[in-house]
Write a protein that binds this ligand. Sequence first.
Ligand code: 5RP
Length: 262
Amino acid sequence: MASELSPIDRAKFLAAKQATEYVETGMKVGLGTGSTAAWLVQCLGEMVREEGLKIKGVPTSTRTAQLARKVGIEVITLDEAKWLDVTIDGTDEYDSDLTLIKGGGGAHLQEKVVATASDRMIVIADASKKVDTLGAFPLPVEVIPFGAKITKKLIEETLINMDVLGREVTQRMNGDVPFVSDEGNFIFDLHLKRIGNPQQLSLALNQIPGLVENGLFIDICDVVIVGHADGRVDVRDIDKDSDEVVRFDLRDDDNIFADLDD
Ligand code: 5RP
């Protein structure tokens, strides 16, 4: 099974597998969106089916909700959960402060609401997501369709005074039509190249009335788990100020990858 996975998928899978260590029976768990989070949902589903793990999952997108149900995880809404023990999600970029850019999958609004309603947020990633300075990945912002052109103009004006290198704003498309989020909104991608002051930028963007939420996650993430194709997994816990290296023995493929249906 391991040999069938590309190096990048192996890295994502190992990060997800390590993240399951933070999940225990009885927990309410926020389930992220994206290819790395999908591995996590599959791993948790296997633990539910094979090991009797009992959890309630709050998905951050319709995609994740479908997958969670398919693999056997009980799905509830955030309002039913009221509060979550942990949220585990992927990221598009993270820096040394564990500030994130998320929303590459267009789900950062629900992802931020869910992560903020959790005791802990754990990010799972491959090594390509680590950056010295955020901004190479375009920053997604979610915008209501009403007056979207005006909102775009206000975003462009706001960026003039921000510490960024690029200022192009593009609307995310789905083929020939605008991409629409699960909340019925548009996504604009901000091609900033380098974000000098994420806090200032996040506050300024969220002042724009038609802009619902931006993809910067500041002081939300507690732990980053980075998988590597060679079986190494780095765990950085910002609350404990600790760095740990875990090693999976890939020769033991059959146990690590058993029964995963990707
Ligand atoms: C979706 C997200 C994802 O977590 C992010 O895009 C990373 O995705 P992947 O794990 O596929 O690289 O924020 O909105």
